[in-house]
Design a protein around this ligand. Structure first.
Ligand SMILES: [Zn+2]
Length: 248
């Protein structure tokens, strides 16, 4: 009876609980989608440029960053030159120490640097409460700090800030040649966690993004299902509106 139970349990583990991991998939041109299924699934982007690689989103931890770099090694031998930290939350910044350890520069806007400095210690405590085994990651401040929007890879990677949303500081990253927008934690198929969000500004921030008429045909969402059409912006605006309606 006991043996039967153990066998049942093993069977269940094999079918029901796939081990978390990091995968990399080509989307278009230089853009690859990274899916990190540790903790809460997060989606990041890898851009393979003419001479070096730019990673957008440092992934959850130094361990997941290391797994991502081993996936990058399967598609290119070019060095990882930099990692953009697109907001201060750990799903975007936790892997920074690993990227720095392999010689990549950590890049962000000034506002993200300030929020990392102000909120990191508290943010780590929250994560360690929320996820068993989440490591204590030291505060890693970016090496290259931009005052406003910035471009990398000779304009092939553009970080764009249009206002507070999921966090006060989150940027979108646009790849003009591939016509792909990385939506970061701001754009996804569900509202997700709004604890650090500015729900009054969020729709205005999305309207400002729309007003830029960037011409993307694909949006990579930062969580849940990764690949969407440009209508994800409208869908998110509708979810925000429903959320704000009385009685919701
Ligand atoms: Zn997130």
């Amino acid at each position: 009876m006991k043996a039967y139970s153990i066998a049942g349990l093993l069977g269940l583990c094999a079918v029901g609980a796939a081990a978390p991991g990091v995968t990399l998939q080509h989307v278009r041109g230089g853009v690859y989608l990274a899916v990190d299924t540790f903790y809460v699934q997060e989606n990041s982007v890898v851009y393979v440029g003419p001479k070096h690689v730019t990673v957008v989103g440092a992934t959850w931890t130094p361990e997941t960053a290391k797994l991502l770099v081993s996936e990058i090694r399967k598609v290119t031998s070019k060095p990882v030159g930099e990692v953009i930290v697109p907001d201060y939350h750990a799903d975007r910044s936790g892997g920074s120490p690993y990227f720095r350890s392999i010689g990549a520069k950590v890049v962000s806007r000034r506002q993200t640097v300030e929020l990392l400095r102000e909120r990191w210690a508290e943010h780590m405590k929250e994560l360690q409460k929320a996820y068993v085994g989440y490591p204590a990651i030291p505060l890693t401040l970016p090496d290259i700090v931009h005052e406003g929007d910035f471009e990398l890879q000779g304009g092939k990677v553009r970080a764009i800030y249009t206002g507070p949303a999921h966090t006060p500081d989150g940027v979108f990253v646009f790849f003009p040649e591939e016509r792909i927008l990385y939506g970061n934690c701001i754009l996804k198929e569900r509202l997700g966690n709004l604890d650090s969000a500015d729900v009054a500004e969020y729709p205005k921030t999305l309207e400002k993004l729309k007003a830029k008429k960037l011409g993307y045909t694909t949006i990579i969402a930062g969580h849940f299902t990764p690949l969407h059409g440009p209508d994800l912006v409208e869908k998110f605006l509708q979810m925000l509106e429903a959320h704000g309606r009385p009685g919701q």
